[in-house]
Structure formats: C-alpha cells, structure tokens
Design a protein around this ligand. Sequence first.
Ligand SMILES: *[C@@H]1O[C@H](CO)[C@@H](O)[C@H](O)[C@H]1NC(C)=O
Ligand SMILES: *[C@@H]1O[C@H](CO)[C@@H](O)[C@H](O)[C@H]1NC(C)=O
Ligand SMILES: *[C@@H]1O[C@H](CO)[C@@H](O)[C@H](O)[C@H]1NC(C)=O
Ligand SMILES: *[C@@H]1O[C@H](CO)[C@@H](O)[C@H](O)[C@H]1NC(C)=O
Length: 294
Amino acid sequence: MSVRKLYAAAAVVALSNATLLCKTQSQPNPIAADYPNDPTGTVNGTIAILPIPYSIARSIIPSEYPILTRAISSILPHLPADEYPAFLQLDIDHDVQASGISIPDFLQAKILFPFVDRLGDGYTSMMYGSQGLISADNLVAVVGSSVYGYVVTGGTFDPPCDAYGCVEGSEDCEEKYFNAYSALDILREQPKIGINFTTTDNSPYSLDVFKNITNQPQFSANKLLCDQFIRLFNSSVTMPPYAPQAIRAQVSAVAPFFAQTTSWSDVYGFQLDNAFIEHNLVQCDSLQGYQFTD
Ligand SMILES: *[C@@H]1O[C@H](CO)[C@@H](O)[C@H](O)[C@H]1NC(C)=O
Ligand SMILES: *[C@@H]1O[C@H](CO)[C@@H](O)[C@H](O)[C@H]1NC(C)=O
Ligand SMILES: *[C@@H]1O[C@H](CO)[C@@H](O)[C@H](O)[C@H]1NC(C)=O
Ligand SMILES: *[C@@H]1O[C@H](CO)[C@@H](O)[C@H](O)[C@H]1NC(C)=O
C-alpha cells in the first residue's frame, strides 16, 4: 500500500469514528412525549422497491415460509408474475429514545423481503431480513439487530451523518446520492449498497404501497421473536415542508446482500422521514392478522 493510500485510509477511519460527533440535518423525534414507554425515533432516508427474479427471492427467504403472491399482486398489480418486490431501506435512525433514555444516531442499509407468510396462516404479511449494514460504532444498534438473527456488517457511510447528500456540481441539488460501505473497506473502493436519485412525478407506486410494506412486522433468523416496527405517516416530519417525495433511482448492491453484484438503472421509491414506534422482541405468533391503518 502506498503512503498516500495509507493516509487516505487513516483519514477515512478517523472520519467514520466521528459518527458520534455527527450533526445530522434531521428534525427531532416529534412523538417521544406521546409514547413515553415505547422506543420511538425517526427514520429519515430513502425507501424503494427493487424488482428481482422470484427465483432469487425464493432462494433467500427460508424455504419453510411461503410467499404471499396474492397480496403482492393486489398491492403491486403491475409487477410481472415472475418478479418479486425486494424492499430497500437506507436511513439515519435519529433521536431514538425510550423512557427518557436516548441512544446515539446511527445509519443503516438493509434489503428486506416483504409478503412472507411467517406464521403459515395464509394471510399475515411479514418482512424477512438476513443482512444489515449498520454504523460500526453504534453497539446498541448492532446488538439490537443481531438479537433478531441478522448478520450485521459494521458500516461507514457517505455522507456520514445523513442518509443522502447532494451530488457535487448538481444544480439545486437535483441529484442526490448515498453510499454504504463495510467498515473493513477502509479505502471505500466498493459500496455494499449505493444509490443515486432524483425526484420524479412519474412514480408507479403510491405512498400507500410503502405504508403497507414498511409496517409489516419484521423477522430474521430468530425463530420466535419479531420486531413490530410501526412507521407513522401522520407526524410533523412527514408533513409539509417535509412531505415525502417520489424518487427515481439507480441502485447497486453486492454481497452479502445478493450473491451476485446487482444493479438497477430505473427503480422507484420515496425520499421521506417517518416517526416510528418500535415494539421489540414481540412473539411473532401474537401478530397474526396485524394490519396498519393511520
Ligand atoms: C431528512 O434528511 C434530509 C437530508 O439530510 C434533510 O434535508 C431533511 O430536512 C430531513 N427531514 C426531516 C423531516 O428532518
Ligand atoms: C452514482 O454516480 C456515481 C458518479 O457518476 C457513480 O460512480 C456511481 O457508480 C453511481 N452509483 C450507482 C448506484 O449507480
Ligand atoms: C398489506 O396488504 C396486504 C394485502 O392487502 C394485507 O394482507 C396486509 O395485512 C397489509 N399489511 C399491513 C402491515 O398493513
Ligand atoms: C397517527 O397514526 C397512528 C397509527 O395509526 C395513530 O395511532 C395515531 O392516533 C395517529 N395520530 C394522529 C395525531 O392522528
């Protein structure tokens, strides 16, 4: 390694250790006082649907759980039958607190698999995940995901304190980007997940599609316990001037998210902030029939 590369690496390590000192542009948690006993916070970033071949989804989702194809076609009627809607979530978890105790902000990148029949009842949609890339310096967040059975990769992010930034030279910040790296990739040679996006008026998906997907109870390798993560769409951080904006994006993801490097040149989603309430370590069985309404 050249001296110059070593210096670059040292600078990146120093930078990534500075997440604690990061100053995010996100607004504070608006609902902490309303739900004093539950963990609450905000998730500010981008979400999108990544169409993938059904066969790849089937190879990632554990074979004992059916996929609720009828629910998929009722919510996403235009998705071809041989495709499956993987769900991309890139965000900063900000101002997370419970019973007056706050945890430091962290960034995360996940690709999740909704519409899974985790309970075998033929109708309750839940969302499976196996891999998460989470700020390497946030032990609470890393352990918090591991408990559910996620394999967590410690990450560093560009930009470091927000879930997207302006592409340099883009006029009026029309083009935005975000890159999530393994913390071991100290030279940042290859993002594990990267996104470039602009806002659009031509999204094929309504916000309701994402209200449904983001509110499906989440589970990973843990055979018993689910994460009931409730995203609210009615708090001040999801209202003008912070209303969700539809986006059109280019995305790339590499292992461990997909066995093969995968890129999408034209996917759709939203740039948005949501307040959330999280019911941790809930018995999955108790969530049978859960539906989100706001
Ligand atoms: C969400 O993050 C973006 C990017 O940092 C910021 O511009 C925006 O104001 C944030 N939204 C809210 C509601 O805090
Ligand atoms: C985003 O744009 C940059 C600059 O053109 C490029 O290097 C990067 O590969 C793009 N990322 C994606 C996910 O397309
Ligand atoms: C999402 O929509 C499906 C199909 O209508 C429904 O069965 C499921 O309960 C909904 N999920 C949530 C979390 O509302
Ligand atoms: C916002 O939505 C949540 C979840 O559906 C609901 O419990 C709450 O009462 C709503 N809040 C307001 C102010 O409407």
